[in-house]
Write a protein that binds this ligand. Structure first.
Ligand code: AMP
Length: 351
């Protein structure tokens, strides 16, 4: 059955056929289906490649504790972004990573050709404990395992990449993916964390110099720039290379900086925040997926993209790990975005 989305693709094929004087009816149904699906993926979205950790996490919050559960920056990004656009994933896992988790991602349109499985090694492990405010946390343990010697290989089928999302990972691994792209993607977005600032600042600054958008949280922005004011911090970071800086402030929303402009997206006030792990990655997933889906990487469209990122992050924190992201559907997302519009919508008349 052809839905309205397919129907647009069908009309495009019909137009093209008429230009070369070919009757569209001479193609079989199967051929048309394949052409339609290719058009959907290649022309109606910008191709998105995601790089980052896939992990086991153990999390402690003031409200509970999880056993070893599925986590990792690229895992959260993929679960979120695949609501809007196909994703091509680059990562590495050990033989202990459940096949069912990989299958669940594949079923959502996440291509895993670039995910290496090291059968005899262990998956990256991270453990963290949140403070009472749920905005700050201590890392209790980081076991790099498969990440220690990870050398990503960009598959040929990923070379059409238009938006590259570098999720949190060893900075030299992030830059090696950029180097492997034959054509520079139209937009390179990078996330990172204090861990890399503490142990490899030079590598990190080199990778930052290669990207267009840097995503960090407020304390990371201060650590990276040496400035307390977030406005000054963003300016200093933009001098390092990125044209856009996004500073995430947990329950206080996110700021998007570009040249002398700044835009603010709030976080949805929630009655209960269960587990903030992965909220930043989910935010990043919503941000890049919106740009990919709308094929528009302008500053104006980035403003909408950070609203969508905030809306998606608000789901992530409602349950431990990726669980909530695996449950939501298009209707839930629509309703949540509508709540955001209500949150910031006001008329003002100056007297
Ligand atoms: P977020 O809460 O958005 O900062 O991301 C949390 C996720 O980042 C967790 O699922 C961890 O597995 C992952 N993570 C934590 N530390 C690192 C690290 N050093 N490198 C890569 N991923 C990490």
């Amino acid at each position: 059955m052809i839905n309205s989305f397919d129907f647009v693709s069908f009309l495009v094929i019909k137009q093209l056929c008429s230009l070369i004087h070919v009757n569209v009816d001479c193609f079989g149904k199967d051929v048309l289906k394949i052409v339609v699906s290719q058009l959907k993926i290649k022309n109606l979205n910008m191709s998105l490649v995601v790089v980052g950790s896939m992990a086991f996490d153990a999390i402690e919050t003031p409200f509970g504790k999880s056993d070893k559960i599925i986590g990792g920056a690229a895992t959260y990004i993929a679960w979120c972004a695949s609501n809007f656009t196909p994703v091509k994933q680059i990562s590495v896992v050990g033989g202990d990573f459940p096949q069912a988790e990989l299958d669940a991602l594949t079923a959502r349109g996440v291509v895993l050709e670039g995910v290496q499985i090291k059968k005899d090694e262990k998956t990256f492990f991270w453990s963290g404990k949140y403070h009472l405010d749920m905005n700050t946390r201590d890392t209790l343990d980081t076991q790099l395992n498969v990440l220690e010697n990870f050398q990503p290989v960009v598959p040929e089928s990923y070379q059409d990449c238009e938006i590259l999302m570098l999720g949190n990972l060893v900075p030299s691994v992030q830059s090696s993916v950029i180097k492997q792209m034959r054509n520079r993607p139209k937009l390179i977005v990078m996330d990172t964390m204090n861990f890399w600032m503490e142990i490899m600042m030079d590598d990190l600054k080199h990778t930052i110099s290669l990207v267009d958008v840097l995503l960090v949280n407020d304390s990371e922005a201060r650590q990276l720039s040496g400035e307390y004011s977030l406005v000054k911090a963003a300016k200093k970071i933009m001098e390092m290379g990125p044209k856009y800086v996004i500073i995430k402030k947990g329950e206080h929303g996110a700021l998007l900086f570009h040249e002398n402009e700044v835009f603010f997206a709030p976080a949805l006030p929630l009655e209960e925040v269960f587990d903030p792990t992965g909220a930043g990655d989910t935010f990043a997933g919503g941000f890049v997926a919106h740009l990919a889906k709308t094929k528009d990487i302008s500053f104006e469209n980035m403003k909408t993209a950070i609203i969508l990122g905030s809306a998606m992050a608000s789901f992530c924190v409602e349950k431990f790990g990726t669980q909530r992201l695996t449950e939501i559907n298009a209707e839930d997302i629509k309703a949540r975005v509508a709540s955001f519009v209500q949150l910031v919508n006001f008329d003002i008349e100056l007297v």
